[in-house]
Structure formats: C-alpha cells, structure tokens
Write a protein that binds this ligand. Structure first.
Ligand code: AMP
Ligand code: ZN
Length: 113
C-alpha cells in the first residue's frame, strides 16, 4: 500500500473530486475547504515538497503554476484568488506530496496566520 494519500488519489485508489487531469498533474477539490473554492494542484509524480524539487523539474513546476491559473479561471475566480505552497512544519504542510492550494470565492485576509 502506498504511504502517500496524494499518490493514492493520482492512482485512483482513493476518491477525490477531480477538477483537471493531464499527463503531468492532477487538480482536485480539497476535502476540507478553507474557502468557497479550494482546489489542490499536484504533480503526478511523487515530490515530497518544494525543497525536494530539482532543477530538472523546472518545467513541471511551471506547469503546476499555469494549471493553478487555469483552475482559478475555470472556477470563476476573476475577482481574485490566492495560490499557496506550504512547506515544512512551520509552513503548515501536513501532506508530504507537493501541492499548490488555489483559494478563492471570498476576500482573503493578509497576512496569513
Ligand atoms: P497542507 O496543510 O498544505 O499540507 O495541505 C494539505 C491539504 O490536503 C489540506 O488542506 C487537507 O484538507 C487536504 N487533504 C488531505 N487529505 C485529502 C484528501 N484525501 N482529499 C482531498 N484533500 C485532502
Ligand atoms: Zn505522493
């Protein structure tokens, strides 16, 4: 059994509300949304966190960012949105598979807690 819940989602072993899939990435709705729209964008391949990404994954990282923008557009977030990567304990990372949060649908306060 895979130890990674997001790898399990990529492999279809556990259900998720998929927003988009392509050859490099999967986007799905967060199971515990922090805003009216809360979608996670992840690479298909297991990358533990932003620090684990290598220069050879530069195109993959760009792909994830452009996909986050596309998800925001498709979800109707023309009034604004936020893309967040939490990294490590102080960053609030709880799942060790790189993911971009796309949050929107309400005004988001700044700075974050
Ligand atoms: P982070 O705290 O930045 O690591 O974000 C992890 C996010 O994954 C949280 O917002 C969780 O609600 C979300 N999450 C955890 N398990 C699942 C799941 N099975 N399906 C969808 N979202 C999940
Ligand atoms: Zn994984």
């Amino acid at each position: 059994m895979s130890p990674c819940v997001f790898c399990d989602i990529v492999e279809g072993k556990i259900p998720a509300k998929i927003a988009h899939e392509d050859h490099l990435a999967v986007a799905f709705h967060d199971v515990s949304p922090k805003a009216p729209v809360h979608v996670l964008v992840i690479p298909r391949e297991h990358v533990a966190d932003l620090d684990a990404a290598t220069p050879s994954q530069e195109l993959l990282l760009g792909h994830l960012l452009l996909l986050a923008r596309e998800v925001a557009d498709r979800e109707g977030l023309g009034n604004g949105y936020r893309v967040v990567i939490n990294r490590g304990a102080d960053g609030g990372q709880t799942v060790d598979h790189l993911h971009l949060h796309v949050l929107g649908g309400r005004p988001l306060s700044w700075p974050p807690g």
